[in-house]
Design a binder for this molecule. Structure first.
Ligand code: S3P
Length: 449
């Protein structure tokens, strides 16, 4: 599938986005361990999260699909069955790493495989802590890449200092910790998304976090079954927020959005670049804040993205790089070497596509230096099989002369089913329902660099 993109007319609209990918994975797993039936509304029916659903089904958990975008998980009180075959995690590193943590504490053997992209991604980061907990887990690929073979067994709690900030690794250890003897503690120097901790707490599993950022979980707890409504995915919304931000006078409202503060630093960057952003949290009942974001666009200015904020907006960097190409001045992204081990080498992919579209960009070992504003021109850009690259360059196409064709774009289904229809809305909207500002509450202050 190709995405054919033309320049956006004036943006003045409102939108909702599919459910949060990270939260969907966690909700399915923790519901499966619970002591009863849980309905998960707003579940992301995308390829990645369905890999987790199918992995849980392979372990004997009944999961029904319900309309619209809901799943019903029949928790079996931490009882999982040995899988009849290897478990295919597709493109989803979240599935593979979280399942590795879960399977480490089971008494049977399992094997996790992935597609060509996942088969190149580093697994040493989960293998090392799980082995320290007593798990028998090995990578069959070169340099500790998938497939993973796990012969689970009895685990003991450890104290683990995270060498790389990674919510997937933290979550794998927490899930293993649920099946370990005693206390498992994780020391996170840079806080990463805390959806697993929140989801565990929502299901009445006790976790703690001290003032130094040490997270702890105690083994032997059974999650209490509950229903949950998954908020919209801020990472998906960021494609449209960036499009509106980069169009002077553009205006966009996104409703029903997850606004967890470990995910919102991207809004601070858009403010720094000159957009006007307001957020209003409407509901915190389920421990995951949800609300509205309203954005008004401007001629953006370049910014520097580095340090601790990188881990909290790692998935938004491809589209922020596109914003950088449209902004006045230089945008520098540093200390983002993790981008090289995502679904593709995102630093190389961004640099390649930005150059195809006429932008001036320097590839750094750990990031990018982008000189804007570029008069972007349409052309053929590659997705590199990476959903976030495909979507970021569809947004670039909204600002380019002529037609932009994003090749091999079926990968958008991984995190954003319906992306193509939403893109259509941005190519045709003249005036939408959200044309008057609605949020009067909290305006984000510019963040110091
Ligand atoms: C995710 C964590 C991040 C992120 C990924 C989803 C998660 O990966 O890039 O898209 O759901 O925990 P890392 O843990 O590798 O940083």
């Amino acid at each position: 599938m190709e995405l054919r993109v033309k320049r956006a007319p004036h943006i003045d609209t409102e939108i909702t986005v599919p459910g949060d990918k990270s939260i969907s994975h966690r909700a399915a797993i923790i519901a499966a361990l619970s002591n009863g039936v849980c309905r998960l509304d707003g579940f992301l029916i995308g390829d990645d999260c369905m890999r987790t659903v199918n992995a849980l089904r392979a372990l004997g958990i009944r999961i029904d699909e319900a309309e619209p975008n809901a799943i019903i998980v029949h928790g079996k009180k931490r009882v999982l069955n040995p899988p009849a075959a290897e478990i295919n995690c597709g493109n989803s590193a979240t599935t593979m790493r979280l399942m590795a943590g879960l399977l480490a504490g089971q008494t049977f053997e399992s094997r996790l495989v992935g597609d060509a992209s996942l088969s190149k991604r580093p697994m040493d980061r989960v293998i090392a802590p799980l082995q320290r907990m007593g798990a028998n887990i090995t990578a069959e690929g070169p340099e500790e890449t998938p497939p993973l073979r796990i012969h689970g067994g009895s685990l003991r709690g450890i104290r683990y200092q995270m060498p790389v900030p990674s919510a997937q690794v933290k979550s794998a250890i927490l899930l293993a910790g649920l099946f370990a003897k005693g206390k498992t503690a994780i020391v996170e120097e840079t806080q990463t998304r805390d959806h697993t901790e929140r989801m565990l707490r929502y299901f009445f599993v006790r976790t703690t976090r001290d003032e130094n950022g040490t997270i702890a979980i105690f083994g032997d707890q059974v999650p209490e079954s509950r229903d949950f409504r998954i908020p919209g995915d801020l990472s998906s919304a960021t494609y449209w927020l960036t499009a509106a931000a980069a169009q002077p006078g553009g205006h966009l409202l996104v409703r029903e959005l997850g606004l967890n503060t470990t995910r919102t630093p991207v809004l601070g960057v858009l403010v720094r670049m000159g957009a006007q952003v307001r957020e209003a949290i409407e509901d915190v009942d389920q421990l995951e804040p949800r609300g509205i974001v309203e954005i008004t666009g401007a001629m953006l200015k370049g910014t520097v993205i580095q340090g601790k904020e990188v881990a909290q907006l790692i998935d938004e960097l491809p589209v922020l790089a596109v914003a950088g190409a449209l902004a006045n001045g230089t945008t520098i992204i540093r200390q983002a070497q993790e981008l090289r081990v995502k679904e593709t080498d995102r630093i190389a992919a961004i640099a390649h596509n930005l150059r195809v579209m006429g932008a001036q960009v320097l590839e750094l070992s750990d990031g990018l230096e982008i000189h804007g504003p570029a008069p972007l021109r349409g052309g053929r850009v590659a997705s590199f099989g990476d959903h976030r690259i495909a979507m970021a360059f569809a947004v670039a196409g909204l600002f380019a002369d002529g037609e932009t064709i994003v090749e091999d774009a079926e990968c958008v289904e991984i995190s954003y089913p319906g992306f193509k229809d939403a893109l259509e809305q941005f190519m045709t909207t003249k005036r939408g329902p959200g044309s008057t500002p609605v949020i009067g509450s909290r305006s984000l202050a510019p963040v110091d660099q």
